[in-house]
Design a protein. Structure first.
Length: 284
């Protein structure tokens, strides 16, 4: 579920920096996600671990809020993103939780949307003409991997789940590059609107709006609750503090800042997981 909400806005940022090599970046990020799930223990329970885990998940909420605002309220994306963050905090206070049954339904709907998008892009002749890419830019590749990685780590731990998420991400990025090319993909934060226009599927714009809502709202509430519980399992003050922080950030941060914060938070969490694995190995 994280993948859909993140890729809706991450694809433009990744492509603008990595060109066609964004596909390689997606493969590298997918391999890293699978390795992390297969080899690393979950985040520990020390104060530093809990803070890092909370920050990485609040970064995800910020990305989903930004995605929601950019796609559904393009005339005032910052205000819409801030309201989105407040709604996530209120939902947490009200005890709203994304159960396994609801998560399966949301995942199924998003997979159906991904399959439809892939079919549309493959079935219609591409608008862009392929131009051989320049040699890869190391900073561009690194940025793309950092941006994509948070959305390739599955909601529930498991190397198999990470591999499945990575395969879907690579497929979507491949057909998007095939249909639009990296230049047009990198021009707009809402590149999936451009993708529908290029594939003569503008009539599906309302469906895209529904997909954006489904891909952002449930997973944002889930990530917000996870972040807050890592800081304070029962404190309403923690909910209010987290909600205020994300709302203020969402009002002023654009897609690049939101994605960067999510990526750095996730990287910090992975570093702590690597440290925990080394500590366990020394004790064994």
């Amino acid at each position: 579920m994280r993948l859909a909400g993140g890729l809706l806005i991450a694809l433009a940022v990744c492509t603008s920096g990595a060109d066609y090599w964004v596909l390689l970046a997606a493969v590298v990020a997918a391999v890293l996600a699978v390795a992390a799930e297969a080899l690393l223990p979950p985040v520990g329970d020390t104060r530093l671990d809990r803070i890092a885990g909370s920050v990485s998940r609040l970064g995800l909420v910020l990305v989903f809020a930004t995605t929601f605002g950019q796609y559904l309220f393009p005339s005032a994306p910052g205000i819409a993103a801030a309201v989105f963050a407040v709604v996530a905090a209120v939902a947490d206070l009200a005890g709203v939780r994304l159960g396994d049954y609801a998560a399966r339904w949301v995942t199924g709907l998003l997979l159906a949307a991904a399959a439809a998008l892939i079919a549309i892009c493959v079935g219609i002749p591409p608008l862009a003409q392929f131009i051989a890419p320049d040699p890869p830019s190391v900073p561009g590749l690194g940025l793309a991997v950092l941006v994509l990685l948070p959305f390739l780590l599955p909601r529930r731990p498991g190397a198999g789940r990470a591999a499945a998420v990575g395969a879907v991400a690579v497929a979507i990025i491949a057909v998007a590059l095939y249909q639009l090319g990296p230049v047009r993909l990198g021009l707009s934060a809402t590149s999936f609107r451009e993708l529908l226009a290029a594939a003569d599927a503008v009539s599906l714009a309302p469906v895209l709006s529904v997909v954006v809502a489904v891909a952002t709202v449930p997973v944002a509430v889930d990530a917000f609750t996870d972040a807050r519980e890592r800081l304070s399992p029962e404190s309403p003050k923690a909910t209010l503090a987290c909600g205020l922080i994300v709302a203020v950030a969402a009002a002023f941060a654009g897609p690049v800042v939101a994605l960067g914060l999510a990526g750095v938070g996730t990287l910090a969490e992975l570093v702590l997981r690597v440290r925990a694995r080394g500590y366990r190995a020394r004790r064994a």
